[in-house]
Structure formats: structure tokens, C-alpha cells
Design a protein. Structure first.
Lengths: 984, 428
């Protein structure tokens, strides 16, 4: 009697299933393998052997981590989606679709209406690993998170495409004191959204749907979110009892097709699998213990001196660094001796930690110590400052710089690798010269080791120590955490040891920082006096990797993890005048607070505003992008050209309402408020109104609008402005327009300042993609002629043909175009005029001026997330690239200057580089391949003339916390430069 | 307003080593590894013309690492591979860096690929400041560092591409079925030699004779009669062809028992020519070059049609007729989509489906801009047009692992095998 066995080796678990010859399920098991794949499989097989004895089996392996094992043991393999499909056909022949979430994969199988099997691409959040990562962030287990999610009251928008983005959405929510229950539910919702947009891509998941895989079986909150989002009732959402082992059952069924073999032979084959030697390995970190000891001794030299808090009496200075994942406190004496230090992970509310520690400080000092000055810094700077009435709040970059100078006055380069982010600053002439922060695709930082250690079932300390003496550290590449995960998977598949992986991780974090964040070509570019800090550098393996990679000996202060707090304390010490306002022991005793959140309805941004009420009646409000949310009088948009441009653009429609009424209406044309229309709307509004059409615009962008079109997004790696377009199309269709007009334009308008005048490929041809992926669009209701607006003749011809249903004469089209260009020119003129006005106004008031340089569509508030407003709230006047570029000289560049919008950036930079009081901040949309070229070139234009370059990457994430730090750091550096100029 | 009306110019260019014609006699030129067969033929013929030229074959992890170090994160994978390959080679010590140049083709389209040359220059600047970067282009770009082109060289290149395409296609059609292991490889080597000899003797334009010789040689390879899953490879030009770029995709498909079907490089050349003609038609962008491109296209197409006829005569599956490709494109997307590989990608996918290859790997660098639209964006349309169309889009990236890519290809293959079995059953 031959039995069938399926072995499913996933990224985190091993599942085994045994079927009888009549396909009855005799046995299933589910076990985590902690990267020891072979051992775990063998262990499972021995249990099977015990249970069923010797005998003939037909065996099939499946799963992403099973591929290598199958290849090398010669046991047959079946692709896991195929395995699932086999099982579905057997047990659920009436299913219409199946969704399966695994450890690191997500899959959808459409069964009826054209069979199709899909898997997530390489850039993939929204899987089991993502949920694990989020649980770590919330400092809880997945189980707990699940329970919490069922108590949710509201859902926050969270990006799930990328774990890094999700973190930057979640962290501020945590820091603002949002309910964990709501966050947990929001995380699950994000996973659902990711699956629907990333995988379904235009196909609706409907009918009877099976939900498979571990996460969907164990996590009720996730099930609920799927069911609600897809609108499935209990009859149509099926959660099989054997969902976690479903793939292994499928593999067992599939094993019908393979040859039978004695169980002992299968076991032998798997046992004999040798790890192959084709993984790339590097040098060991330390050759010997002696070498390690010398290294440790050298770094001991940079420790601070201590003073006993229990005996010291006198003034002391408090510094608090409320970071994204950890809270740090130090208390120092006037001669910079350390009285008290504290470093702790934020378990949700950092304020609680601070209050508790302050109580402890006051208790230990028994009235002998007086806090003579206090400063806060970090993500939670404002909240903590308000709560404890600190004297100062400073930007974290400034805090770190202060601290670094204390250890090495000649320091010219600081690199800080924390849990969540990497920060690097170059120091020139005693001021921060440039700041580099990690981004989504260069995200490998400290918490990755932590998450990984946890996945291996180890503590981070023990895990990273393992790497110190590893013989062959594996090369894991230097990119984002998701990619690193799959590199680790590959290394495991090849049989790398845990030690080698640990060392490999340390070195890849360092490489990521040097080559991807700093983008250094040679180690010498970093500087001569390098100071390293941040919690991750307390890890000797990381420090050593850094020294090896740069070939330099660097300074790591003993308080590497506390530098922000130390810098804040130093700042308080140097700057406090008179009595400190910091909370006293007495006040602290009775201090409590409450936290509430609501949606601000002040404007279209709909900020999620969080209100913390202190027991003394004061309030702290966060999450708001402008003063309205804080209940203050809104500041004026007078100095923000982004607000102006947006309303001016919309005003270009129906300028001639009265005149138009006299003409016969030809119909209602829909223009999507997206991509190229942010520049050409005046032209097309003028054209169609002149030709007798009523112009209907899509509704203004919002997160909701994005979700509306999400199911038609074909490529999950395209930029957010493009993804939003799908929502605009839905919006126009819902408004019942006669047709949507959206031209394809390879060539943009020629502004005669570049080698060529292309549009970017996405802007040029997006209509093709929209039409191909939205079933509601057809030739009649979606008109997309190919135009080159520089050539009237061919444009008239193409428009006449495209609009043939409306029988426009060539003369009418020419007249319409003429009106369109008049409106476009008047739009341009108004922007230039407004730019002059803002410039003059700002100069009169002595305000700093920033050219926020992006693309026309960056004026969409849903795309720029209100950065313009943020800048004006920091008292900065905001110009745009298109309001100043005409004043810049033509430029000759190192790169090929061939896109109209990008050519403006270069000229705007040229202009800025000649103005002492103007700086440039470049807005870059995540996924913009062309900006990979423009960013480096803009940087070199500005830096060649001694200007700062600042870049802000934006995506669907809605949180400006990081952006604010970056902008404030830039402003601080500008201030410092100005002070130095004045000194000279 | 203080508008810049004087048309002043600010020069931000950094100096870079130029390629001067006399360097032909002093410098070795390195070329990246893209199409092994084609580049082998081209290099040989250029050597005969007095160029000291070499195709790089270094493909270790160090190549990717050098690329990662020297190229911006978000730049596409081909730029990274090519740059990495150059720098790794220059560092190897095998070349006299005072007398070495590197060469890359440049299309000059609206895709960021047109910027590879400046990117490579930037990357080389730090460590190899004397190595010039040569641009191989037909758009008149980089006049101070272009590869000297004349009609004769162009002719030679065109024929080299025709021959390379034919060898590649015949090899892929015989290799999976060869009875004696290695006999298809022998035929390939022999054909490369036939072409080499033709260039030597100057008879390279007698293409009918040469193609016939090749067909005869491959027809001699003894083959098993069995049906295998055919898998088409389309996509961005570099990752479509380069084994370094696509993790040896062809080899992988062969090892999975499939027949890889790789469309011709000539299609891309003709695509570029047609785009010029289309620009004139669509936007009145007429110039002397338009006429030239038109003539060149007509000529190439005539040769192509004759090669196709010959191939059919010998019972092999011919490469696509470009006019057929254009008709295929029109069913899916407008020929105005001309950046990157543009409309050529859906055209090839449709043409493959119409010639019995429904299974397709659409290969692109991670985040490739034109491919959002012309690749991934057209899959839905194609699936609606062809019942069995089975496409997997694979992103190539320095850190995307082979496991991840192969697993997705295997999923596509599983469906392909089922379709094949069902089709065979039906036939019986």
C-alpha cells in the first residue's frame, strides 16, 4: 500500500502531510524551522517513520525553501502554487479564487473566468514576515496583536508595500499615543490592501474565495479584514481547517505523478544533501580573540566619566532623546560627567518612560540635585518638551553634532545607525554641511538584526556576538530589508551557518550605510575624523565591519547609543539662561495625561489629529499639518506658491462660462487631475471650452480616491502620482462624462533649454496602461490621441481624428488650441508673477526662502502631503521650480538633459546657486527612475557653488515626521552658515 | 522680471577623457557582455578592421558589488551590471588602464538608458580617470567620443546581427532535442566560424549562401521527436539577452526541459528605425534622417523576409517578420509608445502567441519605467486576446535572489506543462 507524502518547506515553517492510497488525510504537522531546514525536515520524517513504519511512499517537496533541498536530494518538486491548485481542485471544486499568504510570499489563484496564478513580485510587504516585523515594532506577539485588532475602533492608513514605509507610518502613531488596538487592525488592513492592489491588479476577487496559509489561518483580525474588504459573506469566504498545511496536502496529491520509494531511501537522500559551496563569503571579522581584545581596549578609551547620583549635589542638565523606537535620557554635571543614563525600547508610549525615569532621578537625588536646564530631541521632541516643560527642543541632527564635537572637536563625519534609521552628516567649517538619511531601498539598519535574531529564536546580543569569530561571513548584498531577507533565505538554502549569517548581516548593514546611504565611492570621501554612534554601533561586529570596510579607525563613544540625549543635555547646559522651566519633583507627583484622536475637518488634508491633555490643563496636539488642526488661526498661504499654483490651476477651467453658454454644448469631457494635467490643464480646459464642451474635472486626490482605483494598478512599483491616476479615472467615470480625454505625449513642450524635450515614459504613455487595465474604458469613452504640441499641423490632424464623433472642423480645433495656449501662457505668467511677489515679500520680512523643486504634479496635496504648508509653518517662504527656472541660466551638464520638466530643475538649481538667501529642496517621488539621474546632478550643481542640497522622497506615506527633521536640520545648517558669513 | 533673456550659459560639466580617432591604434576597447554569440561575431569583424577590442566575460559577485558601489540605488540594473563589469575588469590588472577604453551603445530615446554614458563616466572618474567611454550610437550623440561609423561598418554590423540572430535561434531550436549531447553546441561553433570566414574573405553580404550553410549545419544535428514547453523571452534589451543580467535565464530554461524562444536583436534595430519613421508620420518630425531610416528599414526588411523563407524551407521556425510584429503591436498598443523597448515588447508577446509560444518570461530591470506600461501594463490585454497566454513578469535587481526569480518562473512553467499536456490529449 503506497502512501502519499507532501513536504512543504516555506520560508519559516515545515509542513508535512501523509495521505492514504485513497487520498484520506492520515497525518499533518506544522513546525517552525528557524532556518535549520534540513534538520527540521529530517525530524518530521522520523516522526512519520515512527507512526507509519517502513514502507513505500510517493513523496513530493514544495515551498520556496524546499527548492534547493529537492534539487539536491533528487526528491521531486512541485511549485507551491501548483500544489495548492491541485488540492483546491480536489477538495473545493466549486471555489472561484484562492488567496494564500505565506511567510514571505503572497499568492492569488483565480480559478473561474480564466485560470490564473499570481505571486507577489520581488518588492513585497504584506506577508507573514511583514506581520511579524510589525508585531516586533509593537513589542507584542502576533497572537496578541490579533486579539487587539478585534477591539479596534478606527483604521489608520498604513503603507504595506514596504515594511520600511509601514514603520514610518506606524511609529508616529505610536509616539502620538494612538491606540494599539487601532494600529493592529490598521496593519491587517494594510496587508489586505497590498494583496488586493499588488496581486489582483485589475481582476476582482469575487465568488467563493478560499483563504490559505498560516497567517490567514491563525490571525482572525486578518480574516475579518479580508472578508470586509472583499465584501464576502460567510458562505463565500472559506477558511479550510487544514489551511496551514494546505500546500503539503497539495504536494501529496501531486505525488501521484512521481515514482514510489521506500521511506528510508527518501530520508537517506535528504540526509545526504551537502550544502553547496557557491555562496560568496568574506573575511572573518576577527582572526583571533587577542585581536578582538585589542579592539575592545582601543574603544574603551572614548568613554565618559561618571559621577554618583546618590552623592552628587548641585546643578545638573537633562537631555532626552525620544527616538522612533527607543527613548534615551542622560543627566550630566556642569563638567560633563554622567550622573544618570537610560536607554529603553519604547513599549508604546515614550512619555510614560520619561515620566517614570524622571521620578527615579528625583528619588535618587533626594533634593540634592537641581535640574538647571533640560532639552529634548528626536521624533517625540515636541511632545516630551511640552509634557515636562523642557527649556529647549532641538533638531536631532544638531544634538548629535553637539555630542560628537565633545568627543572629537575635529570631527568631520558622523554616522549614526539606530534601530530604524541611518543618519550621516558631513561637517564643514563647524556646521553640518550635508545630511544623508536612509530611505526605503537603503533601509538595512539595526532593527533588522533584531527582527532577524528573533526569527532565529535568539536575543540580539547573543546573535550578533556569534558573528565575531565566524569563519566565512556570507555576502548578503546591501539593500532594503525585504531584499536582505531573501538573500538570507538564499544563504540558508545554500547551507550557511547562523554564525556566518550573523557576521554577514553586520557587514551588509555597514555596506548599505556606506554605499547606499552615503553613496561614497571611496572610504576617503567620508572624512578624516569619523565618529560612529547609535545603538547599533554598540554591537562590536557592526563596528568592526565598519572599520574593515572603510579601512579607518574610528571613534565610538561608550555612550554611542545616548549621543542624542547627551547632545541635548550639552545644548541645555550651554544655552540656558535664568531658571529652568523643567518640571519639578512636586509637579511630577501629580502629573497625568489623557490621549484622544480625531480627524481634523479644517481642510482637504483630513489630518489625523491626536490630542494629549495634561493634568495641568495644557494640551499637546500632533498629527496636524497646519495650525488649523491645533485649533489655532491658520497661517496664511501667502508665501506658499504650492497652494497658489493648485488653486490657480483649478481656476483655469470655466473661465469663459458666460460666453460658452451661448454656444451649443457638444458634450461633457472628463479631464483627470493627474500627472501631465497638472501642467496642461489650462491648455485642455481652454481647448475644450472653446470648442463648446463642458469640462468636468475628477475629484481632488485623496487616499480614498487612490483606493477607488487601486484594483486597476498594473505595476506595483510605479510611482504614487501614477497610481493615483487610476482613482481619477474611476472618479470621472462615476460622474458620467461622455468621454475622458487623456493624450499620449512622447514630447513635452520645447522650452529650448535642453538637448531634447521628452516626457518621462510614465507621463508620456500612462493612458495606454489605464485603458488596458480598466474594464470600464473603451474606444468611445476614453480618447487618447498621440500628440506633439510643438507641431500644430499634426496636432490638429490628430485631434480631428480622435474627436471625429464630435465633427469638429480644423478651424475650430485651431481656434480651440489657440485659446488653450493663451490660458497656458497666462497660467505661466501668473506663476512667475506670484514667484516674484513671494520672493519680494520674504526678503522684506527677512525670511528664509526655499525652492521646493519637483514636477508639476507635485502640487497635488495628496502627493506632496502638505510639505509646502509645513515649510511655511516653519516660517519659510516656498517657491517652485517653475516659478524661478526662467531666471536661471541655461546649463551644460554631465548628464543628458532631455526631459522638459527635469531641465527646469537644473535651471532652478542654477538660479538658487546664485542667491545667498535661497535654498533648494528637491521633491522626489519614490520609484521615479529618472530622478536617480537628476538628484545626483542637482546635488553636484548646488555643491559646486557651495550650496546645501536636500532631498525629500515622498510616497503614499502620509507622515511628515522625518521630513520635518530633515527640513529643520537644513534650516539649522543654513542658519549656521549665515552666522559664519556674518562673523567673517 | 529678471528673466534670463541674454541666454547666458552656466557650464557645470566636469572634464572627462575623450575618445579620439587615433586611439584606435593605441587603446584596447572593452565591451560589456550582452549577447554572447552576436558580440563574438561583431568583435571579430572589428578586429579585422584593426580595432583592438574585447568582450568582457567576468561575471562574479564582485561585478555586481562594484556596480552597487558606483551607481545610484535607483538606477536600473543594466547600468549597474555594465558599470560593474567595466570596473571589475579594469581593477583586475589585466589591462593597461592608460591605454584602455570602454564602449557602450546609446539609443538616445526618452528612457533614462540614454544616460548610461554619463553614469559610467561618473563611475570611472574616481578610480580610472584616463579611461574614455565610447558611445556607439546612430543619433549623433556624444560627438566628441563616438565610435567612428561609416556605411561599410554599418553594413557589417547589420549582417553580423542577422547572422547572430539566426545562430541563436537555430541553437535554441535544436539544443533541447539533441540526441548526442553537445552536438548543437558543435553546430553553433561551426556556424560562428562560417560567419567569421565570410567576414575574412569579404563575402559577408552573400547572406543567402551563408544562411543556407548554417541551416544545413543545424539540420545535421540529430534530434529527438518530442514536444517540449516553449518559453519566449521578451523584455528590456539588456536583461532579455545578457546572461549576467538575467541570471542565465536561457540555461535555466534549458535545464528545466524547455525550449527557449528568444526574439531577434535585429527586431530592436528595426524598431529604432521604424520609430524615426513613425515620428515623421505622427508629428511631422521629418528630416533627412527620416528618409535614410526609411531606406535602411526597407532594405533590412527585405533581407529579413528572405532569411525567413530560407529558414522555413529547412523546416525550422523562422524569426518574426518585422511587418508582422508591427501588425501585432497595433492589436495591443499604439506604435507611438517608443521609449525603451516600448511597443516592441507587446508586439513580440503577441507574435510569440500567434506562432505557438504562449509561455513568456517578460524580463525587466526592477522599476523599469517604460515596462510599467509596455510590459506589465499590456499583460491583461494579451491574456484577453490569446486564451493560453501565460506570462510571468520578472524583475531583475542586484539583490533579487535567484530563488525568488526561479520560483516564479517555475510557477509559469507548471501552468505551461499543464497546457501542453491538455493540448496533447486533445490531439490524440
Amino acid at each position: 500500500m503506497t502512501k502519499f507524502m507532501g513536504i512543504d518547506v516555506g520560508s519559516t515553517t515545515v509542513k508535512v502531510c501523509v495521505l492514504s492510497d485513497a487520498f484520506e488525510i492520515l497525518y499533518t504537522s506544522y513546525e517552525r524551522h528557524f532556518a535549520r531546514v534540513k534538520e527540521c525536515v529530517l525530524n518530521q520524517l522520523s516522526i512519520v517513520e515512527e507512526k507509519f513504519g517502513e514502507g513505500l511512499f510517493r513523496v513530493c517537496i514544495t515551498g520556496s525553501a524546499g527548492l534547493g533541498l529537492a534539487e539536491r536530494s533528487g526528491v521531486p518538486f512541485v511549485q507551491e502554487v501548483q500544489a495548492a491548485f491541485t488540492a483546491i481542485r480536489k477538495y473545493y471544486p466549486d471555489a472561484d479564487a484562492a488567496v494564500e499568504l505565506g511567510g514571505e510570499d503572497a499568492k492569488i489563484i483565480f480559478i473561474t473566468g480564466g485560470t490564473e496564478q499570481r505571486m507577489n513580485g520581488s518588492c513585497a510587504g504584506g506577508t507573514g514576515a511583514f506581520i511579524d516585523q510589525m508585531a516586533t515594532l509593537l513589542n507584542t506577539t502576533v497572537d496578541e496583536m490579533d486579539k487587539m485588532s478585534l477591539e479596534a475602533e478606527k483604521i489608520y492608513p498604513i503603507a504595506s508595500r514596504c515594511g520600511v514605509f509601514a514603520k514610518s507610518d506606524i511609529q508616529p502613531l505610536l509616539n502620538q499615543g494612538a491606540r494599539k488596538e487601532d494600529i493592529a487592525a490598521s496593519i491587517f488592513q494594510a496587508v489586505v490592501d497590498q494583496t488586493v492592489s499588488g496581486l489582483a491588479q485589475g481582476r476582482r476577487i469575487k465568488g467563493k474565495v478560499l483563504f490559505l496559509g498560516g497567517p490567514l489561518y491563525f490571525i482572525k483580525g486578518l480574516r475579518k479584514a479580508f472578508q470586509t474588504t472583499l465584501g464576502l459573506d460567510d458562505q463565500h469566504a472559506v477558511f479550510p481547517e487544514n489551511a496551514p498545511c494546505f500546500m503539503s496536502i497539495g504536494a501529496a496529491l501531486y505525488a501521484q505523478n512521481v515514482e514510489e520509494m521506500p521511506l528510508a531511501e527518501t530520508i537517506k537522500r535528504i540526509r545526504d544533501v551537502q550544502s553547496q559551496d557557491n555562496i560568496v563569503t568574506g573575511q572573518p571579522l576577527f582572526e583571533s580573540v587577542v585581536e578582538y581584545d585589542a579592539f575592545v581596549a582601543r574603544h574603551k578609551a572614548s568613554d565618559l566619566q561618571f559621577e554618583d547620583i546618590k552623592t552628587y549635589s548641585g546643578p545638573a542638565y537633562l537631555g532626552i532623546d525620544s527616538g522612533s523606537t527607543t527613548t534615551k535620557l542622560v543627566l550630566i554635571t556642569p563638567d560633563c560627567k554622567l550622573l544618570y543614563e537610560h536607554y529603553q525600547s519604547n513599549n508604546g508610549q515614550p512619555l510614560d518612560i520619561v515620566l517614570e525615569r524622571l521620578k527615579e532621578i528625583y528619588a535618587l537625588s533626594q533634593g540634592r540635585i537641581k535640574i538647571a536646564g533640560a532639552a529634548t530631541t528626536g521624533y517625540g521632541e515636541d511632545l516630551i518638551k511640552a509634557a515636562i516643560k523642557a527649556d529647549f527642543g532641538i533638531v536631532e541632527t544638531v544634538a548629535h553634532f553637539k555630542a560628537a564635537v565633545y568627543f572629537n572637536p575635529k570631527v568631520d563625519f558622523i554616522i549614526d545607525i539606530g534601530g530604524q534609521d541611518i543618519k550621516c552628516f558631513k561637517i564643514k567649517n563647524g556646521a553640518i554641511d550635508s545630511i544623508m538619511l536612509n530611505e526605503a531601498c537603503s533601509s538595512g539598519c539595526g532593527s533588522f538584526i533584531q527582527t532577524f535574531a528573533k526569527a532565529m529564536g535568539m536575543e540580539i546580543d547573543a546573535f550578533s556576538k556569534l558573528g565575531l569569530f565566524a569563519k566565512h561571513p556570507v555576502e548578503l548584498g546591501s539593500r532594503c530589508t525585504v531584499f536582505m531577507n531573501s538573500s538570507v533565505k538564499q544563504a540558508q538554502k545554500e547551507g550557511a551557518s547562523v554564525e556566518d549569517i550573523s557576521a554577514g548581516l553586520s557587514s551588509s548593514i555597514v555596506k548599505n550605510a556606506i554605499y547606499k546611504v552615503i553613496r561614497a565611492k571611496t572610504p576617503d570621501e567620508l572624512g578624516q575624523n569619523i565618529l560612529v554612534q547609535g545603538g547599533t554601533f554598540l554591537n562590536d561586529a557592526v563596528l568592526r565591519s565598519f572599520e574593515i570596510e572603510t579601512g579607518k579607525q574610528v571613534v565610538r563613544p561608550g555612550i554611542a547609543g545616548l549621543m542624542g540625549a547627551f547632545g541635548a543635555a550639552l545644548y541645555a547646559k550651554e544655552n540656558v539662561a535664568g531658571e529652568s522651566s523643567a518640571i519639578t519633583a512636586e509637579e511630577l507627583k501629580y502629573f497625568t495625561y489623557t490621549s484622544k484622536s480625531h480627524i481634523c475637518k479644517g481642510c482637504t488634508s483630513h489630518c489625523n489629529v491626536n490630542v494629549i491633555g495634561f493634568s495641568d490643563g495644557r494640551k499637546f496636539i500632533s498629527g496636524n499639518k497646519c495650525e488649523k488642526g491645533a485649533g489655532l488661526k491658520p497661517h496664511s498661504d501667502e508665501l506658499d506658491i504650492y497652494s497658489y499654483k493648485y488653486s490657480r490651476l483649478l481656476a483655469s477651467v470655466q473661465e469663459k462660462e458666460k460666453g460658452a453658454k451661448e454656444k451649443p454644448r457638444r458634450g461633457r469631457v472628463g479631464l483627470p487631475l493627474a500627472l501631465g494635467f497638472y501642467e496642461q490643464l489650462p491648455l485642455w480646459a481652454g481647448f475644450f471650452e472653446e470648442c463648446g464642451f463642458t469640462v468636468v474635472l475628477s475629484e481632488q486626490s485623496s487616499r480614498q480616491l487612490y483606493f477607488k482605483g487601486q484594483h486597476t494598478v498594473a505595476s506595483d512599483t510605479v510611482c504614487y502620482p501614477a497610481k493615483l491616476t487610476h482613482g481619477h479615472i474611476e472618479s470621472l467615470l462615476d460622474q458620467g462624462v461622455d468621454f475622458i480625454f487623456y493624450p499620449c505625449e512622447s514630447y513635452n513642450l520645447d522650452e529650448h533649454d535642453s538637448t531634447n524635450h521628452y516626457n518621462c515614459p510614465v507621463v508620456a504613455y500612462y493612458p495606454e496602461l489605464l485603458k488596458a487595465n480598466n474594464e470600464r474604458l473603451n474606444n468611445a469613452n476614453f480618447i487618447m490621441p498621440y500628440l506633439d504640441l510643438n507641431d500644430e499641423k499634426s496636432t490638429v490632424r490628430a485631434l480631428k481624428k480622435a474627436l471625429s464623433a464630435y465633427k469638429l472642423s480644423s478651424a475650430a480645433i485651431r481656434k480651440g488650441l489657440k485659446e488653450g495656449f493663451v490660458r497656458l501662457q497666462s497660467y505661466y505668467a501668473d506663476i512667475a508673477r506670484k514667484g516674484e511677489e513671494i520672493l519680494a515679500g520674504a526678503r522684506k520680512q527677512g525670511l528664509p526662502i526655499v525652492v521646493l523643486a519637483g514636477r508639476p504634479y507635485h502640487i497635488d496635496p495628496e502627493i506632496n502631503h502638505g510639505i509646502g504648508k509645513l515649510l511655511t509653518s516653519l516660517n519659510v517662504a516656498v517657491l517652485s521650480e517653475d516659478s524661478v527656472f526662467q531666471k536661471g541660466k541655461n546649463v551644460l551638464l554631465n548628464v543628458l538633459n532631455q526631459w522638459t520638466y527635469h531641465a527646469r530643475l537644473y535651471r532652478a538649481a542654477e538660479y538658487v546657486s546664485e542667491q545667498q538667501d535661497v535654498n533648494l529642496v528637491q521633491l522626489v517621488s519614490f520609484g521615479c527612475g529618472i530622478d536617480a539621474i537628476t538628484t545626483d546632478e542637482l546635488r553636484s550643481i548646488l555643491e559646486s557653488r557651495g550650496k546645501l542640497y536636500t532631498q525629500i522622497k515622498i510616497d503614499e506615506i502620509n507622515n511628515l515626521g522625518v521630513v520635518k527633521i530633515r527640513l529643520r536640520s537644513m534650516l539649522a545648517a543654513v542658519e549656521e552658515q549665515k552666522r559664519q558669513r556674518e562673523r567673517v | 522680471m529678471t528673466e534670463n533673456t541674454k541666454n547666458e550659459t552656466a557650464d557645470f560639466r566636469e572634464d572627462y577623457p575623450k575618445f579620439k580617432p587615433e586611439m584606435k591604434y593605441t587603446h584596447k576597447i572593452l565591451v560589456p557582455d550582452m549577447l554572447p554569440v552576436h558580440f563574438g561575431i561583431i568583435v571579430n569583424l572589428l578586429k579585422k578592421d584593426g580595432w583592438d577590442i574585447e568582450v568582457l566575460h567576468n561575471s562574479t559577485r564582485a561585478v555586481i558589488d562594484e556596480g552597487l558601489k558606483h551607481v545610484h540605488n535607483d538606477t536600473c540594473f543594466p547600468a549597474l551590471c555594465v558599470t560593474g563589469q567595466f570596473i571589475d575588469a579594469l581593477k583586475s590588472g589585466k589591462y593597461d588602464v592608460e591605454h584602455t577604453a570602454v564602449m557602450i551603445s546609446q539609443s538616445g530615446g526618452g528612457c533614462r538608458a540614454s544616460n548610461y554614458i554619463p553614469l559610467i563616466r561618473k563611475a570611472l572618474k574616481a578610480e580610472f580617470p584616463k579611461v574614455p567611454v565610447i558611445s556607439l550610437n546612430f543619433a549623433g550623440l556624444e560627438k566628441d567620443s563616438g565610435f567612428p561609423m561609416n556605411a561599410k561598418t554599418l553594413f557589417k554590423l547589420a549582417f553580423a546581427i542577422f547572422y547572430g540572430d539566426t545562430i541563436m535561434s537555430l541553437y535554441n531550436q535544436t539544443k533541447p532535442y539533441e540526441v548526442k549531447s553537445g552536438s548543437a553546441d558543435e553546430a553553433r561553433e561551426k556556424c560562428v566560424k562560417i560567419v567569421g570566414d565570410a567576414f575574412d574573405r569579404g563575402g559577408y553580404r552573400k547572406y543567402k549562401k551563408i544562411i543556407r550553410l548554417m541551416l544545413e549545419r543545424f539540420a545535421k544535428v540529430e534530434q529527438r521527436k518530442e514536444s517540449k514547453v516553449k518559453v519566449g523571452i521578451v523584455g528590456e534589451i539588456y536583461v532579455k539577452y545578457s546572461p549576467l543580467g538575467n541570471s542565465h535565464l536561457e540555461e535555466f530554461l534549458l535545464s528545466e526541459g524547455c525550449e527557449p524562444v528568444v526574439p531577434a536583436l535585429m527586431d530592436f534595430v528595426m524598431y529604432c528605425a521604424v520609430n524615426n519613421v513613425n515620428d515623421a508620420k505622427y508629428y511631422n518630425k521629418k528630416s533627412f534622417a527620416t528618409l535614410l531610416f526609411h531606406i535602411v528599414y526597407k532594405y533590412l526588411h527585405r533581407v529579413q523576409v528572405k532569411i525567413i523563407k530560407l529558414t522555413e524551407k529547412y523546416g525550422f521556425e523562422p524569426l518574426h517578420d518585422f511587418e508582422h510584429l508591427r501588425r501585432c503591436a497595433d492589436k495591443v498598443i499604439n506604435q507611438g509608445v517608443k521609449m525603451g523597448e516600448g511597443w516592441l515588447i507587446p508586439a513580440e508577446m503577441a507574435a510569440l502567441a500567434e506562432t505557438g509560444t504562449d509561455n513568456i518570461v517578460c524580463a525587466q530591470p526592477f522599476g523599469c519605467l517604460p515596462n510599467h506600461i509596455a510590459g506589465k501594463g499590456t499583460i491583461r490585454t494579451l491574456k484577453a486576446m490569446y486564451e493560453y497566454e501565460n506570462i510571468v513578469a520578472i524583475d531583475y535587481d542586484p539583490s533579487a535572489t535567484k530563488v525568488n526569480q526561479e520560483n516564479r518562473i517555475k510557477l509559469m512553467l507548471a501552468t505551461a506543462r499543464e497546457n501542453l499536456q491538455a493540448a496533447e490529449k486533445e490531439q490524440k
